[in-house]
Write a protein that binds this ligand. Sequence first.
Ligand code: HEC
Ligand code: HEC
Length: 242
Amino acid sequence: MKFCFGVLNKSRLLAVCVAVAGLNILGTGDILASKKATTIIGEKPETMPWTAKIMELINNGNAQKGAAIAKEHNCKKCHGKTGISDENDTPNIAGLTRAYAFKQMFDYKYGRRNDKDMRKRCGKISDQNIADIAAFYADQKSEPMMGIKASKTVPVLAVTGDKSRQLLACDICHNKNGTGRGLLVPLIAGQKREHFIDTMTAYKESDRSNDDFGVMRFIAEKLSDEEIEQLALYYGSLPLEE
Ligand code: HEC
Ligand code: HEC
């Protein structure tokens, strides 16, 4: 598949690439079997391959193009025009880093993260266009959750953790006030409450298992439903200023 890199826009060669990709994955039953899926990888990678090529692709994502592609795929139907969703169970995606949004879409595309709607959509988008879309949403402003009163008590788990359960404070990784750290630990401040609870429960039950090294599964499986709910309320209602 390597020879396909850099020629994806030329429709004649594209047909060859798609055919080769199709042969590679025949029989896996994976979303890649979709004829429309094109990739610079060419086979289903075990985990997100953080190669120089992928990083280059992400860094070169074109936000303007991304806006047009997002429009074409009607992402706003669920995530709102600028990545702030109206529904409590649909995540806000405004302000996620390019690398994080890219990874999540990539994981849906390659079947490492489950969600029928997202898998179907991402399966039809080329890796290049995923990078463009990620660049667009990274430029949008995130917002705190509306209509929910900020919890007065700061959960101990958020800032201190719990040694007896080997739980690090969430803020150690997600940054003070859940604003995200580095490229791959996401912003969780302002995240929709129901999505937060759903995704933490999915980690807890290993229904979501695309977290590298099982970092979130290890944590979530030790949390009670009440603790998850309290954390969802706390982070969801946080103002986004540092
Ligand atoms: C039919 C509704 C729907 C549409 C349309 C949709 N999404 Fe989603 N999206 C969701 C839901 C629901 C989730 C959370 C699913 C889960 O729990 O895995 C999600 C998750 C995501 C995530 C991961 C967010 C996170 O915090 O982990 C990203 C990124 C994303 N969508 C981007 C997009 C883009 C870009 C498009 C357009 C190409 C799109 N979505 C179209 C409903 C939708
Ligand atoms: C050791 C570092 C670390 C700690 C501690 C940690 N997280 Fe995470 N968290 C991550 C990483 C990395 C991801 C992204 C995983 C992936 O790629 O899907 C993540 C993802 C998440 C997500 C998914 C966001 C979304 O919209 O998809 C939520 C919610 C979350 N963490 C909440 C928490 C909470 C609450 C705590 C504390 C109880 C916590 N995390 C502690 C590293 C950490």
